[in-house]
Design a protein around this ligand. Structure first.
Ligand code: C2E
Ligand code: CA
Ligand code: CA
Length: 845
């Protein structure tokens, strides 16, 4: 059946055909008699409608077909006449057209074309042979053959016309009807075969009768359909077989693909049996583990897995094989053939081996991640370790400490301790020898600390020269003490730093867990407090933290707060202690000593508050105030008691004050404001402050000297006397520390020290002041050793402004009487017969 496109035949032509077809149909309908349409015609009509377009004869070398129905229509023409055949053709064409198209114009066109062609054949045969129905009966085969030829011609033309109507625009334009060309010849031949078959059947029916023919035809049709069905089945199974073949080929392809993907994957792959045997391994995996394929297959997964990872890996393999999980991934270690660890990202899944009765196997994907793992480990290590010494840092230490605290909470009997260790003179070493030596020393100390500890203890570097030690599981606090002693002993051996022999000591604070700790910060704080106590008690020692120490620390905090307001509340005042020339007991000057009158606590010693002021930085303000106050006072006295050789005032400078960048400017300004002659001011700096700042000290001392002020080294002999440096400093006076003077009488060694200091001062052109002179024995000895000046309770305790004024006044009064009592000497110390009875103003001397 054909679709008649609007571009196909011209519309008027199409409708002309429709009109002609309708005419042919109507004419035939009127001409046909009812008798003609008997049962045979009805049966033939049914067969025609049924076969319709279902059975087609293909036109060779073209896309066209000639329907079998056409043969039946022509057969009906030979049996029932041209008009009956037109009716049947219309009926058959209508049924066929309805089956393939719903478009009315298409249906009408095709039906009309069939009607016209059959009508034309009928008329041609009628005019050629008279009665059509007699044609099959006549013995004249030639006329039948001729009729068949005629019928074929018309039928072929009609068929060609139908095809032409459906052809494309281009081919139609190219040649109209003539464009059908060669295909028409083939259509004609096909039509001839069809028409000939119809003629032959008509002849057969004439010879055998319609019904016997029908019976045979029905039988033949049944056989034909059975055969067709059989063929269909065969085709179907053949197609199925072909599909299976394709499928297998595809499977083989994918198996091949899989195999090559497996073998050449850029990741380790393995097929492993449920028992862990390596069934199949790829090159990458062999390379990763250092084994050959054969060697791999001779071993199993368990043997190559790192002992620490085997438990977790096997547990999950079991879950995979049991079906509770589909697959599993973890980072694990294998052991390389060479014995080292290989880190991998291992993923396992279950597969079934079809070749082996569907046995469950494992497929592994193994990606080496050793480099990544190493980098991670390094990062982690760096985050928790001190880069210089390699020791754990504060973060890791606190981590360990927290774990220990948690453990101790569960096991009440467990005792542990934290040791806080601070080097006593690290800054001096670092500043004098340089940072490279400082670093070497820290590394050396780290190694020695490790030697002193047990495996389970942790030593960490938590600051520049601060180390903390966690002692786990100790019997009692004495064990911690003995470890601290061992550390101090170990550190007492000198370090050899690139040829330099360096001595160092450490102060250690011990906080035992027996005090009861919930938080790591608390025990760290207490160990730190104990360490500070050890430092304040003279360094190079250890102290165990106790509750009193905590109270002390709290007290300290309170003092700090109070100290902040002391200056503005005018709670400080000065006392003055005379310094006397020992040969004639002439008064040379005073040392200014600051006092703090606390509103609640009463008088607080500078020994207690100066270190706090140093720590908090308040010493700068306090120091400035004392310096100014002392200078002001001395200027006033100089005016009150004029003399040729004026008195001097000694003022103490602490470490922080000494390193102030604007110290020179401050001193200069104060001298200017107070109008005190610079020569009358003597600044006292302790030996250790100078030695700890050797580089800056020389310059600072030089600049101070340039201002005209005098300089004095305080507490001489207690520090780390670098005699080699001493001569470089522009120093006027050495003050022999009180401790030597006090112990001089009962210890000949101390006498020698004092003698050496006096000699040294003489050699270097400095004068000497002996501190803490309390007794006449001390005085006598010092005089014998040639000590020029003295200071101490023997002469006078530190006195108030008025007390000091009295001393000056009385020594002045002596001037006239030449006999005076020592105003402040401790009673009973000096008898009336003693030579030393008074202090005299030097100028009188
Ligand atoms: P220092 O400079 O060695 O001062 C001498 C200390 O020895 C004073 O203690 C003084 O009272 C005490 N002393 C004097 N003679 C004797 C004696 O015969 N026997 C005994 N047992 N002690 C004697 P003070 O006044 O308590 O001062 C202690 C320290 O405080 C001073 O030691 C000094 O380092 C510091 N200091 C005092 N005043 C100031 C100040 O104004 N500024 C700074 N920066 N430090 C100061
Ligand atoms: Ca002093
Ligand atoms: Ca002193």
């Amino acid at each position: 059946m054909l679709h008649v496109s609007s571009q196909g035949l011209a519309k008027p032509l199409k409708w002309l055909i429709v009109a002609l077809g309708a005419g042919a149909f109507l004419y035939s309908a009127f001409q046909v008699s009812a008798a003609q349409l008997d049962t045979r015609f009805l049966l033939l009509s049914l067969v025609t409608i049924y076969t319709g377009t279902r059975m087609l004869f293909r036109v060779p070398r073209t896309e066209g077909h000639v329907p079998l129905a056409d043969a039946f229509v022509l057969l009906s023409m030979l049996l029932f006449g041209g008009e009956a055949a037109v009716l049947l053709a219309v009926l058959a064409a209508l049924c066929a057209a309805l089956r393939v198209s719903r478009k009315a114009s298409d249906i009408l066109f095709n039906v009309a074309l069939s009607a016209i062609s059959v009508f034309v054949i009928g008329q041609v045969l009628r005019y050629s042979f008279g009665s059509i129905v007699e044609l099959p009966q006549s013995r004249n085969t030639f006329s039948l053959l001729l009729a068949v030829c005629l019928m074929s011609l018309v039928q072929a033309f009609a068929n060609a016309l139908r095809s032409g109507a459906g052809e494309s625009e281009e081919s139609r334009v190219a040649g109209g009807l003539g464009a059908w060309g060669g295909s028409y010849v083939w259509t004609l031949l096909t039509c001839f075969a069809v028409v000939a078959a119809a003629g032959f059947v008509a002849r057969l029916i004439e010879a055998t009768g319609f019904y016997p023919f029908l019976a045979v035809a029905t039988l033949a049709a049944i056989v034909h359909f059975a055969y067709c069905t059989y063929l269909k089945d065969i085709y179907a199974s053949a197609r199925q077989a072909q599909q299976i073949e394709h499928h297998i080929a595809a499977l083989e392809d994918s198996e091949g693909l899989f195999r090559s993907a497996f073998d050449h994957a850029a990741i380790g792959m393995a097929m492993v049996s449920a028992q862990g045997r390596w069934l199949r391994v790829n090159d990458y995996l062999c390379e990763t583990f250092g084994y050959s394929v054969e060697e791999m297959r001779a071993t199993d997964f368990q043997t190559l897995t790192h002992a620490d990872d085997i438990g977790q890996a096997l547990a999950n393999v079991k879950r995979i094989l049991g079906g509770s999980i589909q697959n599993y991934k973890m980072e694990k270690r294998y052991i390389h053939k060479q014995g080292h660890e290989v880190w991998v990202l291992w993923s396992a899944a279950r597969v079934y081996d079809v070749t082996n009765g569907d046995a469950p196997h494992l497929i592994f994907q193994i990606q080496e991640i050793t480099d990544r793992k190493r980098a991670e480990e390094r990062l982690l290590h760096d985050a928790f370790h001190d880069p210089l010494t390699g020791l754990p840092n504060r973060a890791l230490f606190i981590d360990h400490l927290k774990l220990t605290i948690a453990r101790a909470k569960r096991r009440k009997t467990q005792i542990f301790a934290v040791l806080f260790l601070d080097l006593d003179r690290f800054k001096v070493i670092n500043d004098s020898l340089g940072h490279m030596f400082g670093d070497q020393l820290l590394v050396g100390i780290a190694r020695r600390l490790e030697i002193c500890l047990r495996q389970e203890d942790t030593v960490a570097r938590v600051g520049g020269d601060e180390f903390t030690i966690l002692l786990e599981d100790i019997v009692d606090e004495t064990e911690a003490i003995s470890i601290a002693e061992r550390i101090q002993k170990e550190l007492s051996t000198p370090f050899n730093l690139s040829g330099h022999e360096v001595f160092t000591t450490a102060s250690i604070g011990i906080a035992p867990s027996t005090t009861g700790y919930e938080h790591s910060e608390d025990i760290m704080r207490d160990a730190d407090t104990a360490m500070y106590r050890a430092k304040s008690l003279g360094k190079a020692r250890h102290e165990v933290f106790d509750k009193a120490m905590h109270a002390f620390a709290v007290n300290l905090l309170q003092l700090e707060t109070d100290l902040r307001r002391a200056l503005e509340r005018r709670e400080f005042f000065m006392q003055y202690q005379p310094i006397v020339a020992l040969d004639g007991f002439n008064l040379r000057g005073f040392e200014a000593l600051v006092r703090w009158q606390h509103p609640e606590r009463g008088l607080i010693s500078p020994l207690d508050f100066i270190p706090i002021a140093e720590d908090t930085g308040q010493i700068l303000a306090i120091g400035h105030w004392t310096l100014k106050e002392a200078c002001k006072q001395m200027r006033r006295w100089q005016k009150m008691f004029p003399s040729d050789l004026p008195l001097f005032i000694s003022v103490n400078l602490s470490g922080k004050q000494f390193t102030q960048p604007d110290l020179i400017e401050q001193v200069r300004q104060i001298l200017e404001e107070t109008k005190l002659p610079p020569r009358s001011l003597k600044l006292e700096i302790t030996e250790s402050v100078v030695m700890e700042n050797i580089d800056n000290a020389t310059e600072m001392l030089r600049e101070l000297r340039a201002l005209g002020v005098q300089l004095s080294i305080d507490d001489f002999g207690t520090g780390y006397s670098s005699l080699s440096y001493l001569h470089r400093f522009p120093i006027d006076t050495l003050k022999i520390d009180r401790s030597f003077v006090t112990r001089m009488v009962d210890n000949s060694e101390n006498i020698e020290i004092v003698r050496t200091i006096i000699m040294l001062a003489q050699i270097l052109g400095m004068d000497v002041v002996a501190e803490g002179v309390e007794t006449k024995e001390q005085l006598a000895l010092l005089r014998k050793l040639g000590c020029e000046n003295g200071q101490g309770y023997f002469f006078s305790k530190p006195a108030s402004v008025s007390g000091a004024e009295q001393i000056i006044a009385q020594t002045c009064a002596q001037l006239s009487s030449n006999v005076a009592q020592m105003p402040h000497a401790p009673t009973g110390e000096l008898g009336p017969d003693d030579k030393v009875k008074s202090i005299r103003l030097t100028s009188v001397g």
